[in-house]
Design a protein around this ligand. Structure first.
Ligand SMILES: C[S@@+](CC[C@H](N)C(=O)[O-])C[C@H]1O[C@@H](n2cnc3c(N)ncnc32)[C@H](O)[C@@H]1O
Length: 190
């Protein structure tokens, strides 16, 4: 983290020397990953090299599978990191996605130094959603130390959350079914 442009430049330079280069990016490289910066750096360098983007499984769908089935309808993914995106724009997106009743997946929720964004995000979400709205929290998904919990919007700030955590905030229809988080698709089950 923090050396993405340098890594992309090295990869492009090596490829221009006719080497086969793999840029490793966790989850899906096209979701907050290295794919975009590699394409941009290659274009700037006018590097006419073939670039293949290999899709992966993004944290949102891994987290969803651990929680139950919260993403079977429309959902939005929002990163709370304001390193590359102005906070005002993140707030605008949180308001818009909340108002439109999307299930919301939060990436980059908080670190030791950066706790304010999650507090502000909770404030915004609570303007549109009830305090009992189900919220799923998945840390270190698929890795050792994996931990999954289901809480509510009002309990979110008491939960353990770090940068290796993905948070899924339910919409107005999301509920707990046999201890799993489910957003009904709308089927008639009678
Ligand atoms: C810069 S984004 C990279 C996302 C990655 N490209 C993907 O598709 O999953 C980093 C954020 O993804 C989420 N994340 C990545 N790996 C995770 C994991 N193993 N468990 C839970 N969340 C994860 C966290 O919210 C983390 O702050």
């Amino acid at each position: 983290m923090g050396r993405e442009v340098e890594r992309a430049r090295i990869a492009v330079a090596e490829a221009l020397e006719n080497k086969k280069v793999a840029v490793v990016s966790s989850g899906d490289p096209g979701v907050y990953g290295m794919a975009g910066v590699v394409l941009e750096v290659a274009a700037l360098a006018k590097a006419d090299v073939p670039i293949e983007i290999v899709p992966g499984v993004t944290a949102a769908t891994v987290a969803a599978s651990k929680l139950g089935a919260p993403l079977v309808g429309d959902f939005a993914v929002i990163s709370l990191s304001d390193l590359l995106t102005p906070w005002e724009l993140i707030e605008k997106r949180l308001n818009a996605a909340s108002a439109a009743d999307f299930v919301i997946v939060l990436y980059n929720p908080q670190s030791h130094e950066r706790t304010e964004p999650l507090v502000k995000a909770c404030e915004i979400l609570l303007r549109y959603r009830g305090p009992e709205t189900p919220v799923g929290i998945v840390r270190q998904a698929g890795r050792s130390g994996e931990a999954t919990s289901i809480t509510t919007l009002k309990g979110l700030l008491e939960s353990e959350v770090d940068m290796a955590t993905t948070i899924v905030v339910g919409n107005s229809t999301t509920r707990i079914v046999n201890r799993r988080m489910v957003t009904p698709r709308g089927y008639n089950l009678q």
